[in-house]
Design a protein around this ligand. Structure first.
Ligand code: GLN
Length: 541
């Protein structure tokens, strides 16, 4: 029997609903239950693929090629359950599906309305594509009170009714702000937020109360009284040092016990030893390395969420703290600035789009190559390393990527461009911008005796992609003769997936996004190896 847990948020945004959902998923899993986590986003974009990382943080890509909300990354990292296309939906997707059905005449002349047509579509999304899951955790994006969230709240209200209280649970995440002049934590915003939920017919069963300090018993009682829940159902969610401390923290506060009590399920105590081990490794590192991330969206951490997590996982695996230095690549486009990279133990150029800042990334790749500093190029970071190698190792002065316009030596380009002998035929020219990329999991064959084959300890791997451009195999021979090895290729040998520089302490570029598959308990081998390389570098400087 599948039970549904709906998670809403109130008072303010950014309370960490995604993390709270992921942590609860981890706790249910630790009791031996099968879980699935889903996110319903009320915005009108069909998916976050076309949204600026500054607006919405990173786009998380699933194996089946969906461009989704970054919260799905938290879900996977905390539970190890691979997300699918069917785990994230937006208002835009729901409406476009309903409108497409209406155009096909599927509604047989009915007037299409928010209730029941839109709410039906939302409900069928929530209950669709499930097999033997014990729990489906469904997070509603945004904050209670948002106009655009109303159809989603209405849909989960209806679903709760249809399923019955023994199969549905509502958790509401709120904030208790501390007012220094009063010297008190305030419960009124929580009361208002619950009232807002009651307005749409939802009585929350559990309240998760974010707070920066302990919540006095008297305040818990007050919240319980005013919000019509039992006192034990008011669960403090205090700030913790590391996100991986959240599951244990929630468990200690009784969150999972309350969930099982609600459903009337008796279970054994969860085994949380692996979480305490992770926490221990994070809180007691045996050293530190400093990694420069040379990118474009360095002002907003969420833009590189999975990346910074994966680097942390590499640190966990090596028992070191990974200090991240975020650097805007544009600073390396003027002279004498490259010294900023002096002293770092590793340089990582992450994924990116567009010409702005690209010369700075090329300069960073060159610095790493020439100075023997570990270099990890991811997607765009690999492409820029190839451009750098073409220019400065193979002597192709005008090498570039056609992403920035035509050039003499397109070492990176759209497949169609280099297959038609210089005749520019833009893939999707003038067409839709959304959904035109190589997306999702693709296999890659690793070259025998290459560094990456050693790192993965495998001969074939599968990794997730999100890009339009590819490294041009027409230049393979020239680049290999100059010392850049193509060490991972698509099985048909057409698409370069990994490059490396033999003889360099650690220089690897990958066309895919390995950070999307790294988990605290299963750190991605490339990140583990890169951080190990950085540790070696730290011993040298
Ligand atoms: N802009 C590059 C491309 O489209 C790289 C994309 C990325 O780094 N995700 O191929």
């Amino acid at each position: 029997m599948t039970r549904f847990i709906f998670i809403t948020g109130g008072v303010v945004s950014s309370l960490g609903k995604g993390l709270a959902s992921a942590a609860l998923g981890a706790l249910l899993l630790a009791r031996g239950f099968k879980v699935r986590l889903r996110k319903l986003d009320p915005y009108i974009n069909v998916d976050p693929g076309t949204m600026s990382p500054y607006q919405h943080g990173e786009v998380y890509v699933t194996d089946d090629g969906a461009e989704t909300d970054l919260d799905l990354g938290h879900y996977e990292r905390f539970t190890g359950v691979a997300s699918r296309q069917s785990d994230n939906v937006t208002t835009g997707r729901i409406y476009s599906d309903v409108i497409a059905k209406e155009r096909r005449g599927d509604y047989l002349g009915a007037t299409i309305q928010v209730i029941p047509h839109i709410t039906d579509a939302i409900k069928s999304f929530i209950t669709n594509d499930l097999k033997d899951e014990d729990f489906v955790l469904c997070e509603i994006g945004g904050t209670v009170g948002d106009i655009e969230g109303l159809p989603f709240l209405e849909a989960i209200r209806q679903l709760g009714n249809e399923l019955g209280r023994d199969k549905a649970l509502y958790i509401h995440l709120t904030l208790l702000p501390y007012i220094p002049t009063a010297g008190e934590l305030k419960t009124k915003p929580t009361q208002h937020s619950v009232k807002e939920l009651l307005n749409v017919g939802i009585q929350p069963d559990l309240l998760l109360c974010r707070s920066d300090r302990a919540i006095p018993e008297s305040e818990r009682r007050k919240i319980a009284l005013f919000c019509n829940v039992r006192e034990q159902a008011v669960i403090p969610a205090l700030d913790v040092d590391s996100i991986y401390g959240v599951p244990i923290n929630y468990h200690q506060e009784g969150l999972d016990d309350q969930v099982f009590e609600h459903f009337g399920i008796e279970t054994k105590a969860p085994d949380l030893s692996r979480w305490s081990d992770i926490e221990d490794r994070i809180l007691k590192p045996e050293g530190e390395v400093s990694i420069a991330i040379v990118g474009k969206y360095t002002g907003l951490r969420d833009a590189y969420k999975s990346l910074s997590e994966a680097l942390d996982h590499g640190g966990i695996a090596n028992r070191v703290e990974v200090g991240l230095q975020w650097m805007d690549s544009e600073i390396f486009e003027t002279s004498d600035t490259i010294e900023h990279l002096e002293g770092v133990h590793g340089i990582l150029v992450p994924g990116g789009f567009g010409e702005r800042g690209s010369e700075g990334k090329i300069a960073a790749a060159r610095f790493a190559r020439e100075r023997g500093i570990p270099y990890f190029g991811i997607c765009f970071g690999m492409q820029m390393a190839v451009v750098e190698a073409a220019r400065n190792m193979a002597g192709l002065n005008d090498a570039g990527s056609t992403e920035f316009g035509p050039c003499k030596h397109p070492v990176v380009g759209l497949m169609t461009e280099w297959m038609q002998e210089g005749e520019l035929q833009k893939r999707e020219a003038g067409g839709n911008f959304g959904g035109t990329m190589r997306l999702g999991a693709y296999p890659c064959v690793l070259e025998k005796d290459s560094r990456v084959q050693g790192i993965y300890a495998a001969s074939e791997i599968s990794e997730r992609h999100r890009h339009r451009y590819e490294v041009n195999t027409n230049y393979r021979e020239e680049l290999e003769n100059a010392g850049l090895k193509f060490s991972g290729m698509s099985p048909d040998g057409v698409l370069p997936e990994i490059i490396e520089i033999p003889g360099h302490p650690w220089f690897v570029g990958v066309q895919f996004h390995p950070e999307l598959k790294s988990q605290p308990f299963d750190p991605h081998p490339l990140f583990t190896s890169f951080i190990a390389g950085a540790i070696d570098q730290a011993r040298l400087v």
